[in-house]
Structure formats: C-alpha cells, structure tokens
Design a protein around this ligand. Structure first.
Ligand code: PRP
Ligand code: MG
Length: 182
C-alpha cells in the first residue's frame, strides 16, 4: 500500500513560479498584438498540453481572433518521444488564407512541431508562426525549426504543470515543476 502511494506521487521541484509564467505570457501577447496589428489571428491550440497556455495567452490578445483545437500525442506514458506523432483530433475548420499561430506548451525533441508545421503548410495558410511556452533545446532531435515566440528556454529536465503532464498527471499545477524520477 505504502509502496503504491510512493509511486503515484513523484517528487516535484519548482522551476518557474505562477508569477513568472503569468508575466511572461502577457509579454508574449503584447509582442503578438504588435506583430498582428490590423490582421486577424487564427490560434491553433495543440491539446492537451497547451490548453492552459493558450487560454491565458488569448485573454491578452487584442487583435481579432479565432481559435481551433487539434490533439496530437507522441509520448504515451514515458518521458521520451516515441518519434511517431499520432493525430487524436484533427482541426474542425480549414486554414486556407488564414494567419495561423500554432500554440504549443513545449518544444522538446521537435518531432511534434516539425510534423505539425509540415502538415499545416499543406493546407495553404496565408502565414504560419509558431509559439511555445517552453523550449528545451538540449533534447532536440529535429533541427532547424524556427520558433517565432518562446516563453522560456529550460534545461534538460522533464517538466510538469501548466498543462504539461507526467503519465497524464500534474497538468493542473499552476507553476512549472521538474519531476524527479528515481
Ligand atoms: O518536441 P516533442 O518532443 O515532440 O515534445 C513536445 C510535445 O509533447 C507533448 O505532447 P504529448 O505527446 O505528451 O501529448 P499531450 O499534450 O496530450 O500531453 C507536448 O505537449 C508537446 O506537444
Ligand atoms: Mg504529454
């Protein structure tokens, strides 16, 4: 019984607190407002991880905005990308001619963003920009992905909270924490 509980509750230490995350997201929104002035932005939120970031960011975007949601998965229950990006839920609407801003919680190996970027360009948007709350460059497998908006560059640690999970847990933490697995 005790053993099981220990397994369920991993040790988590804080990397970025609520305040840091909130104020950085406001800064990113201001940058986006400047860049998209006099245009309409079409946000694509990549579920499940980027749901908290997308909703917080969208609150501070002042240019006309529409939203769609797509769900992809490649991690399963582990901490390493399987390299195979599976579409769990596709977009509801087409993006042809739209100014698309793809919102991710994290770019790690780069497999997910690389797959999504190539897939979305085939649908002929007017423009496509990438935005991520976290960037973990040390783990990159797919090189050369240019991310237009980055919240924080983080070290090579498996992180949770603010939408990010470990085995589907901890998405609801209001801060970004590091999971210590041993
Ligand atoms: O750069 P990468 O190595 O591809 O990692 C980043 C992706 O992995 C996570 O999604 P996951 O597949 O765990 O699905 P989830 O968002 O539903 O948790 C995360 O939300 C990103 O989408
Ligand atoms: Mg995940």
């Amino acid at each position: 019984m005790e053993m099981m509980e220990e397994k369920m509750e991993a040790k988590i230490t804080k990397l970025l607190d609520e305040e840091q995350v909130a104020s950085r997201i406001k800064e990113l929104a201001e940058e986006i407002n400047r860049d998209y002035a006099s245009r309409e932005v079409h946000l694509i939120c990549i579920l499940k991880g980027s749901v908290f970031f997308t909703t917080e960011l969208a609150k501070y975007i002042t240019v006309p905005l529409t939203m769609d949601f797509m769900s992809v998965s490649s991690y399963g229950n582990g901490t390493e990308s399987s390299g195979r990006v599976r579409i769990v839920k596709d977009l509801d609407e087409g993006i042809e001619g739209k100014d698309v801003l793809l919102i991710e919680d994290i770019i790690d190996s780069g497999n997910t963003l690389s797959f999504l970027k190539d897939m979305l360009w085939t649908k002929k948007p007017n423009s496509l920009k990438l935005c991520t709350l976290l960037d973990k460059p040390e783990r990159r497998v797919v090189e050369g992905i240019n991310v237009d908006y980055v919240g924080f560059v983080i070290p090579d640690e498996f992180v949770v909270g603010y939408g990010l999970d470990y085995m589907q847990r901890y998405r609801n933490l209001p801060y970004i924490g590091v999971v210590h697995l041993d």
